[in-house]
Write a protein that binds this ligand. Structure first.
Ligand code: MLT
Length: 258
């Protein structure tokens, strides 16, 4: 596993979106390191981590995360996951409930894929097999970023494009299989007795804010923040608003612990 460990204090573990790597969290993790220990890790096959097998299950990301925490001698954490990172964070919550004292779910959903969504993933796998990761870049860049970013932030659009083109076809395919196979976590999320922050870019077309808000309204100890001028990659598109949401949430957690 490749990871980065910044700052000190209560630990926050950041899990990245598909098909990116831990670098998507660099700025957020640096900002949060001023008040907490911020750990970012690459899922198998992404960034500098070792390759995954045939399928990258969300549960394997959760198990790798727990093994990393063991290595770092960290018993309990707040896990912050965006999109695929959110699915993995929910898998972590199911598998290691006693290690979690707060959860940040950004631009993600608790439901499993619908049948059409699953079929679309298999179509994309076939396209990647034929055309390579360029097919992934073409399918995803426009969906990952909000209209505001696409209009006003060509640098971030270029960054996302290059980040996707660096992914190996094998890693993309393994993750798409794992995303298609993931379980519905709704029953778990609505019953978790820990503070949960839901955050979602207001222009997110992949996991729309109204859908996340509807889930959040069923979760007792939770709050929802709509991230302005952001699409699916909310922390990259509106970094300061995203940081403020996390800082407020961590402040609340510390207050509750005292
Ligand atoms: C992600 O950003 O991790 C993916 O869009 C997740 C998904 O396709 O469900």
């Amino acid at each position: 596993m490749s990871y980065e460990d910044r700052g000190s204090g209560p630990a926050v573990l950041f899990l990245h979106a598909f098909p990116l790597s831990r670098t998507m969290w660099n700025r957020t993790a640096e900002q949060i390191a001023a008040i907490a220990r911020s750990i970012t890790m690459d899922a198998r096959g992404f960034g500098e981590s070792d390759p995954a097998g045939e399928t990258l299950q969300m549960e394997s990301i959760a198990e790798d995360a727990a093994a990393l925490l063991d290595e770092l001698r960290i018993q309990s954490v707040v896990v912050c996951g965006l999109s695929m990172g959110g699915y993995a964070a929910m898998a972590f919550a199911r598998r290691f409930p006693t290690r979690l004292h707060g959860l940040i779910l950004s631009d993600t959903r608790a439901d499993a894929d619908t049948e059409p969504a699953r079929l679309a993933r298999y179509d994309l796998i076939a396209k990647i097999e034929r055309e390579g990761v360029r097919a992934l870049e073409q399918a995803m860049v426009g969906r990952l970023l909000g209209t505001t970013t696409q209009r006003e932030n060509p640098e971030l659009v270029g960054w996302a494009r290059h980040a996707i083109l660096r992914v190996s076809p094998e890693a993309a395919i393994a993750a798409l299989r794992g995303l298609a196979a993931r379980r519905d976590q709704t029953d778990l999320i609505v019953s978790l007795d820990i503070p949960i922050l839901f955050a979602c870019g207001e222009e997110d077309a992949i996991t729309p804010p109204d859908e996340m808000r509807a889930l959040q309204s069923r979760v007792p100890r939770s709050r929802f923040v709509r991230i302005a001028r952001a699409g699916h990659l909310a922390n990259l598109e509106s970094p300061d608003m995203f940081r403020d949401a996390i800082v407020d949430f961590l402040g609340l957690l510390n207050h509750q612990r005292r």
